[in-house]
Structures are given as C-alpha cells and as structure tokens.
Design a protein around this ligand. Structure first.
Ligand code: GLU
Length: 469
C-alpha cells in the first residue's frame, strides 16, 4: 500500500516551529516513499479556530514550500460524515448516550481524587440505551473493558496500554458536535492515512483512537510520535524563548531552506552531517532514526546555518527572498538600483540574515539622509575635499564604468596625491555609502553606478566645504 501521511493543524494560532517540524517530517516521509502528503485543517473547535490562523498556516506552508498533494481539507465541511459515523457506532452498540450532569461528573471526580484514584468516567450510563433527546446528553464511545492496546510506535517503540486504564470517551458534545478524537479517527480512516506523524502530546489519545478505528473495522495506521522541542533552558519552547512563529523567521531574515535544514536536525541526525539539501533530506530521512528524547532549540546554530545558506545557495534564490525584504523597506529593486543577484554576491559573506543584508544595502537603491556620524568625523577632514574632487574628475573622465577600471582610477588618484590608498578609498566610501562599511570599493562603485556615485561625491564635497566654512 502506498504511503499517505498528513499534517493536521488546528487553526488556533500561527504556524509555529514545532508544527512546522511535524509537517516537515510527515512531508519527508511521504516524499521518500513516493507517497501522498495531505493537509487537513482541524477547525471543529469553532470558538478557537479563526480564518486568520488558517491563512497563517497556509502562508507558512507555502513559504517553507511544503507542498501537499491533497487538501487542504476542512473538518467543518465534514460534519455530516461525522454524524453518520456516530450514528453507526450507536447502532452497533459501540457508543451510548450519557445523561450524567456536570455536577454529577464533578462530584465523581472529587470523590476519585479524594480516594487517590485516577479521575475517570464510571460508566454509569453504559447500560441505558434509550435516546431521550429532550434531555441534555453527550455520546460516549464504549471502550473495551478487557485486553490492551499495543502501539508499535515508529519513534518511541512499543507502547502497551490496558483497556481498563481508558474510560469511555465523549465523541459528541451536548450540541451534537463531534470531538477531536472522533473527527481525527474518521478522517484518518476516510483519507486512507497509513502513517500518523504527530507531536507526542497526542500519544495519550492514540489508544483511544485505535479502539474507535477497530470498532469501525478500519485498517490501523502506523504511528510516529515526535518528541517535543525545548527552549535553551530546558522548558517547552514558547514565545519567551524568542521567535516561535515560522513567519517571524521570515521577517527576521531567515531563508526557508535554512529553517527547514535546522528543523530536520531537531531530533533527527545522519552521522555528523549538518547541511542537507531538500533532495538529501528526502533521501536520507528515516522515522526510525528520530530521537526519542526532546531536543533543544538553538538560535545560534540556526543563525549559523542561515549564513551558510546565504553564502552557498544560488544567488538567484537568495535574491528572490531578499526582494521581499527590500519591498518591505519601500524599495522597488527593478528600477532603483543594481540587480539583486549582484548585490547578493557582494554582500553574502558579511550578512548572516537577509534583514542585515537589506539594511546594509539601502544606499544602493536610495539616497541616505545623513552620514554615519563616526565615519564622517573620521574620514571627512578639510583636506578630504581635494581627494574627493580628484576622484570626481577621474571618474568623470572614464568612458567605462566597471570594477577594474574604477579600481585603477582610485589607485591612480591616491598615487597622484601621494596619499595612502585608505586615505582616498575610505572618504570615498563614506561619501557614496554614508557609512564606512561596504563591499570592496570597486564592487561598491560598480553596483552603485555612475550617476549615483558622481552625485554623491558632489554632495559630500559640498557637505565638507559647508561644515568647514
Ligand atoms: N489537530 C491536532 C493539533 O493541532 C493534531 C491532530 C493529529 O495530528 O492527530 O494538535
């Protein structure tokens, strides 16, 4: 049977890195086995689910380029089917109406706690089969009382749970709406899911889900429960550890490839290899090699990986993502400055994130309003005017605007003025970039172009003259 996996987020917030790792592992396993990957939106909790969260999840999946073969399916579109299955379970005697009031259940729980027993439903309504629709009632699954459930978890190994540990689960609420465990089971069955890959916060639900699947005569999927992700302090990863939303990583200048590479290594390894292309991940990934213990999120390592990807990816790919950051800064790269691919080549060694790269490249596209104070103080002296003027003349005389020629012109000017190269190149850099940090001067000037360079040289000359007058 061909492999079919699914990612089944509840749209109650953004796509967080834990969810993204679950999606990735599920996606990888499907891809590796030439299988099918399904996206299912579990939106039956009408109070907590929002369209904004659905959009955020879809946006996150698209940004990570985790493409799905089927879906997105929405559970809210499938209420009729859940009703049908609940009715089937009632007809089969595998479910029953429960009329116990909240007060009754609360006092049962209190009594059990006082007796140091595990709180669980006592099965009081098991034997009343009549349907008194006028009364408030839920529907419970009749869990087997004997025997045990065995899960051969692909990550955690064998898990055995005795049926007497499990009470009769509510599958429909008083308003008739189905609960999570029921909808998941129906969907996994109807969609022919062969491998359920999900966070281990669901491991307690699995024996209950297996019992319902058995009652429905469904084939059981394999299960793989992924250990959770911790923050640097060992507590469960949360907002207080920094960014946890996938899209926040985009906003902070990470490449999706870097984040995916980071996530694949969270709980999975292949020797001591750190960098995996998508193709390698698909080829090498094995659910059976996923760590049993939780892994800690390490922001420093993610940053290192991001820089590796910025430096070593095709510049076209980096440029595509950088363009988004430039647009955020109001820059139209097509009309305002150099080709982004060239910019990436010039900046990638020095920038660990695309935010750093965008911020350090604005002067190529738009005039800066002020000179960096320290850089100007150090490099703009009254005698700098002469050097800048000489450069202006030399550049004006050039018939070609190209790295080598520009480099030559700067060298020649320094020589003519009997100045060290730095005494000419640094003021020039501050004059055209506004700061003392830029790629090498020939690359900077050729990216900047003739027009901007000449204009900014003139502006700097006037600025220094004015300051010293
Ligand atoms: N909707 C569940 C969640 O977001 C996942 C259910 C599952 O994977 O079975 O936690």
């Amino acid at each position: 049977m061909s492999v079919k996996t699914r990612f089944a987020p509840s749209p109650t917030g953004y796509l967080h890195v834990g969810g993204a790792r679950t999606a990735l592992f599920s996606w990888l396993y499907a891809k590796k086995n030439n299988g099918t990957f399904v996206l299912r939106i579990e939106d039956t909790d009408l109070e907590r689910s929002t369209q904004a969260s659905v959009d955020a999840i879809l946006e996150g999946m698209a940004w990570l380029d985790l493409d799905y073969d089927e879906g997105p399916f929405y559970q809210t579109h499938r209420f009729d089917r859940y009703k049908e299955i609940i009715q089937q379970l009632l007809d089969q005697g595998d479910a029953y109406y429960c009329y116990c009031s909240k007060e009754e259940l609360d006092s049962l729980r209190e009594q059990q706690m006082a007796d140091k027993e595990k709180p669980r439903y006592n099965g009081k309504c098991r034997e009343h089969s009549e349907d008194k629709a006028e009364l408030n009632r839920v529907i419970r699954f009749r869990n087997p009382e004997e025997g045990e459930v065995v899960i051969d978890d692909l990550v955690k190994g064998k898990i055995v749970v005795a049926n007497k540990e499990l009470d009769d689960l509510i599958i429909a609420r008083t308003d008739g709406t189905p609960t999570y465990n029921l909808t998941v089971v129906v969907d996994d069955m109807d969609m022919g899911i062969t491998h359920v890959v999900r966070g281990d916060d669901h491991v307690n639900n699995t024996p209950r889900q297996i019992n319902i699947l058995k009652a429905l005569g469904a084939e059981l999927p394999h299960y793989a429960h992924l250990p959770m992700i911790l923050g640097s302090d060992g507590a469960r990863l949360s907002k207080r550890h920094g960014a946890v939303s996938v899209m926040q990583y985009r906003d902070e200048g990470y490449l999706p490839e870097a984040l995916l590479n980071y996530l694949v290594r969270l709980g999975w390894s292949h020797g001591d290899q750190e960098i995996f292309s998508r193709a390698e991940m698909i080829e090498l990934f094995e659910l059976s090699q996923v760590n049993v213990s939780a892994s800690a999120f390490n922001t420093e390592k993610l940053l290192w990986l991001n820089h590796q990807y910025i430096m070593n990816s095709e510049p076209e790919l980096v440029a595509k993502h950088l363009e988004w950051h430039m647009q955020q800064r109001g820059i139209d790269v097509a009309t305002q400055g150099p080709a982004l691919v060239e910019l990436v080549k010039a900046q990638r060694e020095r920038c660990k994130t695309l935010v750093e790269m965008a911020d350090a490249s604005l002067y190529f596209y738009q005039d800066f309003t002020e000179y960096d104070e320290k850089a100007a103080k150090k490099n703009f002296k009254s005698d700098t005017v002469e050097a800048l003027q000489a450069l202006l003349n030399a550049f004006n005389a050039l018939t070609e605007w190209q790295g080598e020629v520009l480099h030559e012109a700067v060298l020649q000017t320094a020589e003519d003025l009997e100045l060290k190269l730095g005494k000419v190149a640094q003021p020039l850099r501050v004059a055209v970039c506004g700061t003392a940090m830029s790629p090498s001067i020939d690359v900077t000037l050729s990216l900047l172009g003739r027009e901007k360079t000449l204009k900014r040289l003139e502006r700097a000359i006037n600025h220094i003259k004015e300051k010293n007058s």
